[in-house]
Design a protein around this ligand. Structure first.
Ligand code: VGL
Ligand code: ZN
Length: 211
């Protein structure tokens, strides 16, 4: 891939793998797929969900509430999650099998106690930037390929915000896995299609980049 293209690896962390705090079914199956596609990219950026222990998105922070219930916060609806990806823990570490030594940037997100951040670009208040768009623009990057966890939350929100920030965006669908809560996966694919987010499978990407 050329210098204007980057691979964005979203939340490929222990917390979203089987055995993690918020396990995504088959989450670990994306690791070998990512390891196959990443060498094709000169520019690689990773994200890490990075929450304080008392984060507002945790059900445990709301007495009497259970994981996967919804509450209303000042910025809108929030799903309450099981405790996951607490700063500095093994749960928050990147999967040890990832092989992306050339990665240039790790964007951490979700570190403000009162605000969640599914998106790699803008927090859930839809105002606070992570700085990623400015970094990509400054590097002359115009095209993004996205992969990671979870398809219907952090990958989808990141892809939609990438489009809103003027980037071309394509999701590598077999390098992602979904949480799929109440139809969230179908809704995410529909929203992404409507926003002009492309969709490709790793073998096609590898074929297209061959030679
Ligand atoms: C995610 C829910 C909560 C994700 C992160 O990475 O998709 N989902 N925090
Ligand atoms: Zn989170």
């Amino acid at each position: 891939m050329n210098e204007r293209t980057a691979l964005l690896i979203v939340d490929a962390q222990n917390g979203f793998m089987p055995g993690g705090g918020l396990p995504v079914a088959g989450g670990d199956a994306i690791v070998p797929v990512i390891n196959r596609i990443a060498p094709r990219f000169a520019n690689v950026v990773l994200t890490q969900d990075w929450h304080p222990a008392d984060h507002v998105s945790f059900a445990a922070s709301h007495p009497g509430r259970q994981p996967f219930e919804r509450i209303t916060l000042p910025y809108g609806e929030q799903v309450l999650w099981p405790t996951h990806c607490v700063q500095g823990t093994h749960d928050a570490a990147l999967h040890a099998g990832l092989r992306v030594p050339q990665a240039q940037l790790i964007i951490r997100k979700g570190y403000h106690r009162e605000v969640d951040s599914y998106s790699a670009f803008v927090e859930a208040d839809r105002r606070t930037t992570t700085g990623l768009a400015a970094w990509l623009h400054a590097r002359g990057i115009t095209d993004l390929y996205l992969c990671g966890l979870a398809t219907d939350y952090c990958v989808a929100w990141s892809a939609l915000d990438a489009r809103a920030a003027g980037f071309a965006a394509t999701v590598v669908e077999d390098a992602c896995r979904a949480i799929d809560l109440d139809g969230s996966l179908a809704r995410a694919w529909r929203d992404m299609a409507d926003a002009g987010v492309g969709r490709i499978a790793a073998p096609q990407l590898l074929g297209a980049a061959a030679g």
